[in-house]
Ligand binder design. Structure first.
Ligand SMILES: NC(=O)c1ccc[n+]([C@@H]2O[C@H](COP(=O)([O-])OP(=O)(O)OC[C@H]3O[C@@H](n4cnc5c(N)ncnc54)[C@H](OP(=O)(O)O)[C@@H]3O)[C@@H](O)[C@H]2O)c1
Length: 297
């Protein structure tokens, strides 16, 4: 099995490269990104996914069985303020990938998001209708719709608030934000009225690899199984690392007045992934323990 991977320097892409051979010893992965992989991984090719000509060239040269697209502009506020860029990368590039993969008979695995939903339902099933509340979610929704209506064989993988150690200190996520703030004695405010099922990046990498190796199609929910407020999650990260949590203050979404609206609660039904993929995500305590063990090694 040969996989061409986009976004190799992202949180997910990096962890796919790190773990893929444990999960699937016979897989060959060609990493692509806009910069050399922080891990030094090879084989590697420079690829901006907005460059349709180069994408087609690498698909011809490597002729992979599967293209796994983890590249995206994942910063929600940035997308709201840079709509044309978000549209180009999170929608148009995916559309081009689908067309190219269909022409060349390549299976496409694409990463989507809980942010396609408005967050008013307790639990979202694969077939629930998207109704995003921000532009990032809107572009993810458009990409999903294009893939589902395209003749390409494709899997859409939705996930939620991914946490793990990033490949480089410049690349942040909630884990690094909380730990860096604690280390530098900086106070932070974290919303206590937004609820998520955070996803350990290792669980996501494993789920994505299972989907790619089995060339699954349709919609897949690969996320965490424990609902928490973002504030409580931040406190648990700090506590696990041995910090007092008094540098973290709760704040409501209204008080925070972030430039971008976010869904109040997102939790994805995992039954299909549990049954058909044998996907068993770690709860938050075990997820944080895994990361602490990794950090201490
Ligand atoms: N992280 C989450 O909480 C979360 C939640 C739901 C869904 N998702 C989705 O899951 C996927 C993986 O997310 P992640 O956490 O790994 O995000 P990430 O850490 O931000 O990684 C995304 C990667 O995409 C790359 N990228 C952006 N534009 C590109 C372009 N034009 N060409 C090539 N590469 C480009 C970035 O490259 P540079 O390193 O060069 O900037 C970055 O390395 C994304 O589709 C994201 O939307 C993530």
């Amino acid at each position: 099995m040969k996989i061409l991977l986009t976004g190799a320097n992202g949180l997910l892409g990096h962890h796919i490269l790190k773990t893929a051979h444990n999960i699937s010893p016979n897989v060959e992965i060609i990493a692509t990104a806009r910069q050399q992989p922080y891990s030094g991984y090879k084989p590697f090719e420079y690829l901006d996914i907005n460059d349709e000509v180069k994408l087609n060239y690498f698909l011809d040269v490597y002729n992979p069985d599967v293209l796994v697209n983890t590249a995206a502009i994942s910063k929600v506020d940035y997308c709201q303020q840079n709509k044309a860029q978000c549209y180009r990368t999170n929608y148009e590039a995916v559309k081009n990938m689908a067309d190219a993969c269909y022409r060349k008979g390549i299976h496409l695995v694409h990463l989507s998001s809980d942010f396609i939903f408005d967050g008013k339902k307790a639990l979202y099933h694969e077939e629930d209708q998207p109704s995003p509340v921000n532009y990032y979610g809107e572009c993810k929704k458009m990409a999903e719709a294009y893939l589902l209506n395209s003749p390409v064989t494709t899997a859409i993988v939705r996930t939620i608030l991914v946490y793990g150690h990033p490949p480089s200190p410049q690349k942040g996520n909630i884990l690094t934000w909380v730990l860096d703030s604690a280390q530098h004695n900086e106070d932070i405010k974290v919303v206590n009225d937004q609820f998520r099922c955070p996803t350990l990046v290792y669980d996501l990498a494993e789920g994505v690899m299972k989907i790619a190796m089995q060339k699954k199609d349709g919609i897949w929910h690969i996320a965490g199984n424990e609902l928490t407020s973002v504030f409580d999650f931040a406190c648990r990260i700090a506590t696990k690392a041995g910090y007092n949590t008094n540098f973290i203050s709760p704040i409501s979404s209204l008080e925070l007045s972030a430039p971008t609206q976010r869904p109040p609660k997102t939790c994805l039904d995992l039954n299909k992934s549990i049954t058909e993929l044998d996907y068993h995500p770690k709860n938050i305590a075990d997820g944080l323990r895994t990361l602490q063990d990794e950090y201490n090694d």
